[in-house]
Design a protein. Structure first.
Ligand SMILES: Cc1cc2nc3c(=O)[nH]c(=O)nc-3n(C[C@H](O)[C@H](O)[C@H](O)COP(=O)(O)O)c2cc1C
Length: 190
């Protein structure tokens, strides 16, 4: 039996430091939609606020707070803007600082782009990276296309069509998070 009484911790990683980033209202929306669900704890992790050196890389520059958040997490939502058909370099720089913290945990990716493809090209490139980190990617993404017209001036969602897509994505992510937590805690790797 899976343990539904204990809350799942599912933080949202805001994957860019760009000034004026539209990924920020997207990440806030994901936090808000996660918070409304019973049995879920969440928080926004802004890569701009993780104190990381850029003269080194990997676990050598691990930030203790980010490491503890990743250790505690049962699943991650990664908000990933598309930059030149790829993902954000500083998102990868932050993800690369942890390893064992991620193993056998679920991840779902939310792509963000100014163009019409909702960050899909960046997501396709990010998936093998997430797999190498030990994360287990779900088979739904959320794609924010032409994101500059999805939120109003206050940062509130204006296109309500995103809500059922987010609901489907989060249902799958929560299922995978519960299933993997059960596996981590009850099933030995032989
Ligand atoms: C360096 C750079 C490259 C970009 N490349 C693309 C791209 O390949 N395709 C696209 O649709 N938008 C591209 N954009 C626009 C971003 O997708 C846009 O800024 C979007 O709002 C998501 O990123 P943000 O959180 O930085 O706002 C690019 C933006 C930057 C800064």
């Amino acid at each position: 039996m899976t343990d539904t009484a204990r809350a799942l911790f599912i933080p949202v990683i805001l994957g860019t430091v760009r000034r004026g980033r539209m990924s920020q209202p997207v990440a806030r929306l994901m936090v808000s939609e996660l918070s409304r669900r019973p049995g879920i704890e969440t928080e926004l992790i802004d890569v701009a606020r993780i104190p990381l050196r850029i003269d080194d890389a990997g676990e050598a520059i691990k930030d203790p707070t980010f490491s503890a958040q990743m250790s505690r997490a049962d699943a991650l939502v990664v908000v990933s803007p598309e930059y030149n058909h790829g993902y954000s370099g500083l998102l990868k720089h932050a993800l690369d600082t942890c390893l064992k913290e991620y193993v056998h945990k679920a991840v779902g990716v939310v792509g963000v782009s100014a163009g019409p493809f909702g960050g899909t090209r960046g997501i396709q490139d990010l998936l093998p990276v997430l797999r190498e980190l030990g994360l287990v990617a779900i088979f739904w993404d959320v794609n924010f296309s032409t994101v500059q017209s999805v939120f109003d001036a206050t940062g509130a969602l204006s296109d309500q069509a995103y809500l059922p897509r987010i609901d489907k994505f989060l249902k799958e992510l929560v299922w995978m998070a519960r299933t993997l937590r059960h596996g981590r805690e009850n099933i030995a790797l032989e």
